[in-house]
Design a protein. Structure first.
Length: 404
């Protein structure tokens, strides 16, 4: 079959007679190339060739032209096929390993369905993002389209779906934990500039599945800001010093060191440092457990009634609690204006002491900020900040409530 010297129409007719579709060929040179290829095939021995109309022959011939290459499937080389088969075998082996890991994780052996679910998904952080990430990672390994139809792999894929559902149900029902209990301190070093106190506390009294503790937050009231600032968050993690994993049950103490808290110098310039510890999980944070630590180790805590009694002295007012000056002869008690001021201040103190709860808060919110700040200074508490902050601190001193 000679292609040289023939027209485009003749070449197409020749290829069509041989059972080939030459519609993809546009240039005459492309048609001549296919014809030459067909001639070579016909010249081979019969057992080494195929019939002109066979798909193998058509693919081989049409692959000779650039246009045909773009419209036909290029067959893989033997080396490529070997790599493909090896990758498939590796995926199946990895899927079987994951199935072998998951199979012994029986739900009844775990305290809660959520604990079982997190173990199956093999995630450390207990939050929705980690659950979704762990589920997708395992499904990429265990999906039947990639891992084959091994029964153990199919069963493992169903297990991880149930594990994901158990984890998500647990997280959706989660509540904030209660506050830590029995917060106390132990003096480790009393030298100014190097003072250290070890804080100890106990876990919430009723830690339930719906309100688990995941971490503890430690804070201190900084007078420079007039509010509590967090300086430590304690979570389970691997300890390089101990060379082992530290569980949450071991994280019920913290060393408060002056040298390590240099960014909060105002904390150490007070007579008392007010520290707070809270428990937290994905649903939120508990209320604060609050402790006032005397920074002058030799000093004793001042009773609340004594602190209330010195309030008028720190205000600079002349009342019955101050030292009276020499009495002047005559029945006159003094200028009327001074008597009125003494009476008003006396009323403030009496009202503060006799009111409790919401009634006390409502009354404090109606008082002047300067009086609230002066009273806080008299009991050695921070007096900076907005008026609601001052009211919250007075409520705590009077009733032991949480500091806002």
């Amino acid at each position: 079959m000679l292609a040289k010297g023939r027209s485009i129409k003749e070449l197409k007719a020749m290829l069509q007679a041989a059972g080939l579709d030459a519609s993809a060929c546009v240039e005459k040179s492309e048609l001549e190339t296919v014809c030459r290829r067909l001639t070579l095939v016909h010249s081979r021995p019969l057992e080494a060739s195929a019939t002109p109309a066979s798909p193998q022959l058509a693919a081989g011939l049409m692959a000779a032209t650039p246009m045909a290459k773009s419209k036909t499937t290029i067959s893989h080389s033997p080396m490529t096929e070997v790599h493909t088969r090896q990758e498939a075998a590796d995926r199946e082996a990895e899927a079987r390993r994951e199935a072998k890991r998951i199979a012994p994780l029986v739900q009844g052996r775990f305290p809660t369905p959520a604990d079982w679910g997190f173990a199956v998904l093999d995630v450390a952080s207990r939050d929705v993002a980690s659950v979704q990430r762990g589920y997708r990672t395992l499904m990429r390994k265990l999906h039947p389209d990639k891992a084959g139809s091994d029964p153990s792999v199919v069963e493992a894929a169903e297990i991880i779906r149930k594990a994901r559902d158990a984890c998500e149900r647990s997280l959706s029902r989660q509540e904030r934990p209660d506050a830590p209990r029995n917060l106390r301190s132990v003096v480790l070093c009393a030298t100014p500039g190097k003072r250290k106190f070890r804080l100890d506390w106990a876990a919430p009294i009723e830690e339930q599945d719906a309100a688990p503790v995941r971490r503890y937050v430690v804070a201190a009231i900084d007078p420079a800001y007039g509010r509590a600032l967090t300086f430590a968050v304690l979570e389970p993690d691997y300890s390089e010093e101990l060379r082992r994993f530290v569980s949450l049950d071991e994280l019920t103490s913290y060393v408060l060191a002056e040298e390590e808290l240099q960014k909060m110098p105002s904390v150490w310039r007070q007579a008392y440092a007010t520290v707070q510890v809270a428990a937290a999980n994905e649903a939120g944070q508990s209320g604060w457990s609050v402790l006032r630590i005397p920074l002058d180790v030799g000093a004793k805590p001042v009773p609340l009634l004594e602190r209330l009694g010195c309030f008028a002295v720190n205000l600079g007012l002349r009342t019955a609690t101050t030292s009276p000056g020499p009495k002047t002869p005559g029945p006159s008690p003094g200028p009327k204006v001074e008597q009125r001021e003494e009476s008003e201040d006396d009323v403030f103190l009496h009202e503060l002491q006799k009111r409790r709860g919401p009634e006390l808060r409502t009354w404090l919110e109606r008082q002047r900020k300067v009086e609230l700040a002066a009273w806080l200074r008299s009991v050695r508490w921070p007096a900076a900040g907005a008026k609601p902050d001052l009211v919250a601190r007075i409520m705590y001193v009077r009733e032991g409530g949480p500091v806002a």
